[in-house]
Design a protein around this ligand. Structure first.
Ligand SMILES: *Cc1c(COP(=O)(O)O)cnc(C)c1O
Length: 711
């Protein structure tokens, strides 16, 4: 049903036709060798395309491609990569899911409202999206067949531009659909495949795009097509509409539309996995299918519960969608009759026992219709069981059926290629294919301090160069004042101990905690011999004004001359900046208000690259911290008054008495050996435990294989 790469890239020479197939499969993005293949064609064009081979191949002059067909070195690389790619796609081992599935059947349908896969696909807001992306990539690496469902957001997420006064502006940066590495799903007659959402009036029509992610496919639904009226066209315009009714309509498309789409495409799946409650309407659609096969409502519901996995992601109440009943009635009035339910019974599916008057709760719906529920860290499991215990009256807290599987990150995506080369040298060849074997990581001790330090230092320079280059470009474009350059990081210095803080600017993340006592902080920033510097990045949600105010405070402090240019704010945090930061800073800072951080994943990315954490004991760090691999910020009296002041004091103390002295204690060879020991311990103890491989295997062991075996 797809146009082949010959029609997508008509000027690609026959000898290099595989480049077209490669460009259409994101596998290239996590294989440095495959990335090189595009980069080698034309470095500048690669950069200009935003590392998007699809766009690059379209724009590249025929002569450049023709020249490559006469370059023996290039052809040698090409053949190696194409062989690796073919081998990868045709692996047969399915032992992890207990044997092969029937053709046209996948193990799981994985639904997520956001997908963080690559900088050229701006279909994410934050951690939830990257978790989905890393999960899908790892499933591919483990040869687990998954059909992934999400949205094509033509408006993307918003580009962040800081005004002179430090207020965040949201600039629309529409996705060029034809130039993104995605393609339309077509009918056998060569028309675009379009389907209609069942039982919705007026009708909503959906077109579908797809992208290959290794052996798997992500299907992206798009309502911005002619068949729809203007309001319907806007349903999938952008991530998380702030408009409640439009948001409900998004979730109808994601859940009901997603299930309908898979059915019409003939994709069968053995279980359904919901990444957060946004897609929970899909479970209603599955019940409706059961009824159509002749089951009673109860029997159909049981069948759905047994084959559903639901992952909840946040203890923040606003993170759980609740829709008013009148709005629900407007859209589901015809639908509940099709389920054989009346209004009351239908609303009960999403009614919180104590807070039912609030409306229809998507997390409650998911928990009611799934037997396999999990939180995303051990602590988040405890918090979630407490949070939702009312749904199981009479059960003791420990028996509430919400387990936990701690998040992990995709190693091939987040490990910097130079760091990988270093690991290749000392962890044994083939380590990466076996990277969830803890024994491998003991070999980190074998890496000479000097090599680890130099690699890290090189990455820090690369980070600071990239930030300064952004400043320089702004200066050249002449749309900025010197103070903006200062806050953009023009004065950053690679020899200074560098702290990174990058994440969404939600208030509970307390980005401004380190600014709590400015005079104490200034002493550290401006210390003549042992200074520190801080790099901030992150966006506030467009409708989160308190978050924007924190951002404004941070941004304005960057410009205070007394800060000496040692605090920088990097605009438009996204996948690319995240890569630079988690590879190149010296310390990764995280100080949310516990227990609001369900897991956190950016710190795991940093740890993989040898960057130790300085973090509140919350989320994953409760499991990750061992006393030798970084620092735990803990308030003396966490339940007392003034939590922020206490946490800030604890943070300053760690910096003043431990981290700064350790970092600057260089031996005669110019290497801070004790610091490097912390870096090694960070990699040794955190890399394997917080990998997506460990995570996916836990999902397999706890849920997937049990469900598959029971069918
Ligand atoms: C990893 C990542 C996140 C999530 O980070 P948290 O620590 O979970 O907040 C958000 N945005 C980007 C761009 C990321 O790469």
């Amino acid at each position: 049903m797809t146009p082949n790469s010959q029609t997508l890239f008509p000027h690609l020479p026959e000898r290099l036709s595989g480049l077209g197939t490669l460009a259409e499969n994101l596998w290239w993005s996590w294989r440095p060798r495959a990335r090189m293949l595009f980069k080698m064609l034309d470095r500048q064009a690669w950069k200009d395309s935003g590392h998007n081979p699809d766009k690059m191949l379209r724009d590249l002059p025929v002569e450049v491609l023709a020249a490559a067909t006469h370059n023996d070195e290039y052809l040698w690389h090409y053949d190696v990569v194409m062989t690796l790619f073919q081998t990868y796609l045709t692996r047969r081992d399915t032992s992890l899911i207990g044997g092969p599935l029937a053709s046209g059947t996948v193990a799981a349908a994985y639904f997520s409202a956001e997908w963080g896969l690559h900088r050229s696909l701006p279909f994410y807001a934050g951690g939830l999206g990257f978790l989905a992306g890393d999960f899908l990539k790892e499933c591919s690496d483990l040869n687990i067949p998954v059909a992934a469902v999400g949205f094509m957001y033509p408006e993307g997420y918003l580009f962040q531009r800081m005004r002179e006064d430090g207020w965040q502006e949201n600039v629309e940066d529409p996705v060029e659909r034809e130039a993104a590495p995605i393609s339309r799903v077509m009918t056998p007659e060569g028309r675009q495949f379009v389907f209609e959402i069942p039982l919705m009036r007026p009708s909503i029509f959906v077109a579908v795009w797809k992208i290959a992610v290794g052996v798997n496919t992500l299907y992206l639904m798009d309502t911005d097509i002619e068949q729809n009226d203007p309001w319907n066209r806007k349903i999938t315009a952008r991530l998380y509409s702030g408009h409640l009714e439009q948001r409900l309509r998004q979730e109808i498309v994601l859940g009901i539309g997603g299930a309908e789409m898979l059915q019409q495409l003939g994709i069968r799946y053995r279980l359904i996995h919901l990444n957060e409650g946004h897609a929970a309407f899909a479970l209603l659609e599955r019940i409706r299918d059961g009824l159509q096969e002749g089951l009673s409502f109860e029997a159909a519901r049981e069948a759905v519960r047994k084959t559903t996995v639901f992952t909840t992601h946040t203890p923040v109440p606003a993170g759980h969608d609740v829709f008013p009943y009148d709005l629900m009635e407007k859209y589901f009035h015809p639908y509940w009759a099709d389920l054989g339910l009346d209004r009351d019974r239908f609303f009960k599916l999403g009614g919180h026992p104590r807070k039912a008057p609030d409306g229809f709760n998507m997390t409650v719906l998911a928990l009611n219709l799934s037997d396999h529920n999990n939180a995303v860290s051990q602590r988040h499991g405890e918090v979630s069981r407490e949070m939702w215990r009312d749904l199981w009256p009479g059960k003791a807290l420990g028996e509430i059926p919400i387990g936990s599987i701690t998040n992990g990150v995709h190693v091939r995506t987040w490990l910097e290629p130079k760091m990988k080369l270093l690991f290749d040298r000392y962890l044994g060849s083939g380590w990466i294919d076996d990277h969830d074997n803890p024994a491998i990581w003991q070999l980190v001790e074998k890496i000479p301090d000097q090599e680890l330090w130099q690699t890290h230092y090189w990455l820090k320079i690369k980070l600071i160069d990239a930030i300064r280059e952004r400043c320089r470009r702004r200066w050249v474009e002449n749309r900025t004042s010197p103070s903006i350059l200062l806050s953009g990081g023009a004065m950053l210095d690679p020899s200074v101990l560098t702290i990174g803080f990058a994440r969404r600017f939600a208030t509970y993340k307390r980005a401004d905690l380190i600014l709590h006592d400015l005079s104490r902080l200034k002493r550290m920033l401006n210390d003549r011999w042992r200074p520190i510097q801080i790099i901030f990045a992150g966006k506030a949600h467009p409708s989160d004004d308190p978050g924007k105010r924190i951002l404004q405070k941070v941004f304005n402090i960057c410009r205070d001359p007394e800060i000496g240019g040692r605090i920088a704010f990097v605009e438009d945090y996204g996948e690319q900046i995240a890569q630079y930061l988690v590879h190149g800073v010296d310390i990764w800072l995280n100080n949310p208000l516990p227990p609001m951080e369900a897991s956190g994943t950016s710190g795991m990315k940093a740890a993989l690259n040898g960057v130790p954490q300085l973090s509140i004991l919350d989320g994953w760090w409760i499991e990750g911290y061992n006393g030798k691999n970084g620092w735990a910020i803990s308030a003396a009296n966490p339940n007392g008054e003034n939590r922020d002041a206490q946490d800030a004091d604890a943070l300053y103390q760690i910096l003043e008495t431990e981290a700064i002295p350790l970092y600057y204690r260089m031996s005669d060879d110019g290497i801070p050996h004790e610091w490097v020991r912390v870096m090694k311990e960070t990699i040794r103890s955190n890399a394997v435990r917080f990998s997506a491989r460990r995570m996916v295997k836990e999902y397999l062991r706890n849920y997937y294989t049990k469900i598959l075996a029971s069918l």
